[in-house]
Ligand binder design. Structure first.
Ligand code: BG6
Length: 458
């Protein structure tokens, strides 16, 4: 069967600054990742930190050439705040030159640059001020965004304020997998709230000043209840409020879900707000939503009542549910549920005004991928099946009227992934970490056919 995608569909991949550039390359301030790695290298897989990346900083020309050769018409990068803005607030000219060269190189290769302003990489000098717990940092982030726009928005016409903004909240303030390793829901909700205010301020400024499009990238993990029993449905509803709607509703609809406000209020966990925020949050909708989708969440009613004296956490209200027979990516330990992508899009069509969106990340992480090496190339048929499976459901969503504009894989070449370092490989290209040599996997050739014909044959 042949599935034809809309004209001008975005085909490409996504990456982020901290994960690809190499923190030792060029002048750059420390991020929380550089700092945390120095502090606790044992918290990182194989003790590998952000100094050992795929070296995009020095090899971007080769990588962009490969993107072009393998079907890309768009690519999402991120601009590192800690690279662009020095600790004293001045602009780092070396960083300006680097990002100018990357952007120009993409455009020369007919690849549309998508630029994201924040992908988990808080500068340490901002974290010392409290990170997004502090309102002052919102203003610093706005200043950084303004600088990035003034330097690059003449050529970059698609911008994102944040990638998966809920992840630093979960990792840094609830579940201890990002610096500053705090476990405190009150502080977590404050960070989340300020992140939304920061997002809105940047969107407001961009729309008043520039004519491109601006959005945000959210990891939407549909929440499926174990059964249709009331308690399971309620558990799933609360999970959805915390992990999807907490960001989706304010950025698209301009309002937090009433049920979420009520719940936090009941538990005395509402963040501090300023009166003028209400107007800001109500307005300033996005133009384009990036949807990162890897796996669904399956939940059930809580088996045991949480200890009321223990720390308040979202999972006071639900337990995770391991559905028997679910399809797994056994190489990463995540569920594969291709229909999730369709459910997300139908939800956006029906409940979020059919906001223009695209899949900004989807992908299959694989441990020890060398085991699939044959004659010098990784034969990643599982990744081809994974992408094709999701694309079929995406196509169905488009057929049913969802405004979906593209598909980006996570990621172009295997890269360093936070505390998981190089544990899970996701790329179209493998990278020899000793020599830096890049080799296209089988999926890269397959993707090239797909993207250049705009047709999926499966
Ligand atoms: C995505 C992030 O959610 O997951 C990426 O945006 C990250 O930055 C990717 O690298 C893969 O994560 P992991 O833990 O499987 O390596």
């Amino acid at each position: 069967m042949t599935y034809t995608f809309p004209k001008d569909f975005y085909w490409g991949s996504a990456a982020s600054a901290e994960q690809t550039e190499g923190n030792q390359n060029g002048k750059k301030e420390q991020t929380i990742w550089d700092y945390w790695y120095e502090l606790e290298p044992n918290r990182f897989y194989d003790e590998v930190g952000p100094g050992k990346t795929s070296d995009f900083y020095n090899r971007y020309q080769e990588d962009i050439k490969n993107m072009k050769a393998f079907g890309h018409n768009s690519f999402r990068m991120s601009i590192s705040w800690a690279r662009l803005i020095n600790k004293d607030g001045s602009i780092n000219d070396e960083a300006v030159a680097f990002y100018n060269q990357v952007i120009d190189c993409l455009i020369d290769h007919d690849i549309e640059p998508f630029a994201n302003l924040f992908h988990f990489d808080m500068p340490m000098y901002e974290q010392e001020k409290g990170g997004f717990e502090s309102r002052d940092v919102i203003e610093d982030y706005l200043a950084f965004a303004k600088t990035a726009f003034s330097l690059f928005a003449d050529r970059v016409k698609t911008w994102f304020t944040f990638n998966e903004p809920i992840v630093p909240v979960e990792g840094g303030y609830l579940y201890d997998f990002h610096y500053p390793n705090v476990v405190d829901a009150r502080r977590a909700f404050q960070v989340a709230y300020h992140t939304i205010v920061a997002h809105k301020k940047v969107v407001k400024h961009y729309k008043a000043t520039y004519d491109g499009q601006i959005g945000i990238v959210l990891n939407l993990t549909p929440s499926y209840p174990r059964s249709q029993h009331k308690a399971d449905l309620e558990a799933s509803h609360i999970c959805d409020l915390f992990f999807n709607r907490s960001f989706l509703d304010p950025v698209v609809k301009g309002a937090f879900p009433q049920d979420l406000i009520k719940l936090l209020d009941e538990h005395n966990h509402l963040p501090d707000t300023h009166a003028e925020d209400a107007e800001l949050i109500k307005g300033n909708p996005i133009d384009l939503l990036g949807v990162n989708y890897y796996q669904p969440r399956r939940v059930k009613a809580k088996a045991h009542q949480p200890n009321p004296n223990g720390p308040f956490l979202p999972d006071w209200f639900f337990d995770n549910y391991e559905m028997p027979g679910r399809k797994m990516n056994v190489y990463r330990g995540w569920e594969i549920y291709e229909k999730g992508v369709y459910d997300i899009m139908i939800n956006l069509r029906d409940n979020y005004d059919n906001i223009p969106s695209f899949i900004s990340e989807n992908g299959m992480g694989v441990q020890n991928e060398e085991r699939f090496l044959k004659d010098g190339r990784i034969e990643d048929d599982y990744r081809i099946d994974f992408i094709a499976g999701h694309l079929k459901w995406l196509h169905k969503a488009i057929d049913e009227g969802c405004d979906v504009r593209g598909y980006h894989l996570w990621t172009f070449m295997d890269n360093w992934s936070w505390s998981n370092a190089y544990k899970n490989r996701y790329g179209f290209f493998s990278v020899d970490l000793a020599t830096g040599e890049r080799t296209a996997k089988k999926s890269a050739y397959w993707f090239n056919d797909l993207a250049t014909t705009n047709e999926l044959n499966s």
